[in-house]
Design a protein around this ligand. Structure first.
Ligand code: NAD
Length: 490
């Protein structure tokens, strides 16, 4: 039964949707809410409102300090409403309540961080090589931003776009994924409550082919910030051939976790389990490829198997649950296909590989496959699910070669007690993030992004604001001498 109706937020108002679709609760497989399906006309209205707010509304003349205060207020509202937003995210995506509560409470810090930075990014004065001229470089907001996010961690993935974009003075149209959009549509109420001028932030949802395509190719959009999968990223790049928007892409991963025999194996095992089974493996930084030194392979796999089999799977709203369902049926179908192909190609199942007996939800057991061969689909493909593939190595050079044997390069982990080895691996791994003796730590203060098929550009940290600005060079003649007539020879 659908018992809730969500609305798009366009030009400071909550719209009565002209079309809608059912959103499914992944823990039951049943529809629970109606979501608005934004049409191309809705997208046009949102982009036009954002453009008006950028060019002529109160936002344009607001000081950076005042913008920062609004962002800080928004961060406080997110933190104060974390419980309610977490329940919605858990309901709509199946992500467990423990994780959604902790993550959303931290999302508030992202808005506060960028709020604090809003009046601290400066232009420049150039010591110009010409007499009687003064040159300054202004950093101006780049324009209307189209932010497009996937269904997992939508509030978090939006904050790393909205925070720097608004701090820079841009206006935004944010598209929630058609899977699990409830928390972002509810977040729009907090944007409204914080007091952002109408049109500054517009939040809508709809399908990729219609709403997403129109938004990212819209002629009034100057900047696209996308998070999602690599094949959608290619479609986005094709869309931006229309408007030539500056584009950043945060994509998927097949992140290696390298465990050397000299590591604290207990600690490493906990990190590996958290790295792949947290969020049911539906995390862009999931440590989905374990590379284990052969001398400790058996012992380490034994530890992992015990830990994986002890994970409490069930109702994501129950605070005692440690792993919930996958977000969509489509996702589980894909995982089942890749696991079957990998086993048929010679992989050995250590544990899992099946649906646990828990109602009609999209559950899948924590799964470990001893791959033995780097060409298996479970080693190559991003599954976005609770499936760990395992390969063994004998030398540091072999570990490095295996770690880099992927077209992705988002995150990585290295577990060792040898400081020199840790530094060498951190230097040589091709990935935007290397965690040493830890995994999955993130912060608004630190840039995040990938190499290769994992993306283009960085989010987070100081530089993110700059990425939402463009420079304007202002040349001023300082002498009182008139400009001579260019056609009179002296
Ligand atoms: P997806 O690429 O299918 O969808 C992402 C968004 O793009 C959705 O809002 C969708 O509606 C939209 N979209 C789809 N087609 C479009 C089109 N033609 N034009 C414009 N927009 C379009 O991703 P998903 O399956 O929802 O999410 C999983 C993927 O996201 C995984 O690959 C995961 O690794 C990645 N991800 C990356 C990060 C990161 O920070 N690097 C974080 C989370 C998830």
């Amino acid at each position: 039964m659908t018992d809730a109706l969500f609305r798009n937020f366009i030009d400071g108002r909550f719209d009565e949707p002209s079309a809608s679709f059912d959103s499914v609760d992944p823990s039951t497989g049943a529809p629970w809410a109606k979501m608005p399906a934004a049409s191309e006309a809705d997208v046009d209205r949102a982009v036009e409102a954002a453009h008006r707010a950028l060019r002529s509304g109160p936002w344009r003349t607001m000081t950076a300090t005042a913008r920062g205060k609004l962002l800080v207020k928004l961060g406080d509202l997110v933190a104060a409403n974390a419980g309610r937003l977490a329940e919605l995210e858990t309901r709509d995506t199946g992500k467990i309540i423990r994780e959604t509560r902790a993550q959303i409470a931290y999302v508030g810090d992202y808005y506060r961080y960028y709020g604090g930075l809003a009046d601290k990014h400066e232009g420049a004065h150039v010591p110009i090589d010409k007499a009687d001229l003064d040159v300054t470089i202004r950093r101006e907001p780049i324009g209307v931003v189209a932010a497009v996010v996937p269904w997992n961690s939508q509030l978090f993935l939006s904050a790393v776009k909205l925070g720097p974009a608004l701090a820079a003075g841009c206006t935004v149209v944010l598209k929630a994924s058609e899977d699990g959009p409830a928390p972002l549509l509810a977040f729009a109420e907090l944007v409204h409550e914080a007091g952002f001028p109408a049109g500054t932030v517009n939040i809508l949802t709809g399908f990729g082919q219609e709403c997403g395509r129109r938004l990212t190719s819209h002629p009034l959009v100057s900047r696209v910030a996308f998070t999602g999968g690599p094949s959608t990223a290619r479609a986005i790049v094709r869309n931006t051939a229309e408007n030539l928007a500056h584009t950043t892409l945060e994509l998927g991963g097949k992140s290696p976790v390298v465990v050397f025999a000299d590591a604290d194996l207990d600690s490493a095992a906990n990190a590996v389990v958290a790295g792949i089974f947290a969020a049911t493996g539906q995390s862009c930084v999931a440590g989905s490829r374990l590379l284990i030194e052969r001398s400790v392979r058996q012992e380490f796999l034994g530890r992992l198997k015990r830990k994986a089999e002890a994970i409490r799977i069930g109702d994501p709203q129950d605070p005692a649950t440690e792993m919930g369902p996958l977000a969509t049926q489509r996702q589980r179908d894909w995982i089942e296909k890749v696991v079957a192909e990998s086993l048929a190609a010679g992989g050995t199942l250590v544990t899992g590989g099946a649906r646990p007996e828990i109602g009609a939800g999209f559950y899948y057991a924590p799964t470990i496959i001893d791959a033995g061969n780097a060409s298996l689909p479970c080693v190559r493909e991003e599954l976005f699910g609770p499936v760990l593939s395992v390969l063994a190595f004998d030398t540091e050079a072999e570990a490095l070669a295996l770690a880099n044997d992927t077209p992705f390069g988002l995150a990585s982990g290295v577990f060792t007690s040898n400081l020199g080895k840790a530094h060498r691996m951190a230097r040589d791994i091709h990935a935007g993030v290397v965690w040493v003796n830890t995994y999955r730590a993130v912060s608004p203060l630190v840039p995040f992004g990938g190499y290769g098929l994992s993306g283009l550009g960085r989010e987070g940290g100081l530089d993110a604001i700059r990425d939402y600005t463009r420079s304007k060079s202002v040349w001023i003649k300082t002498s009182d001498e008139p400009i001579p007539d260019p056609f009179v020879m002296r």
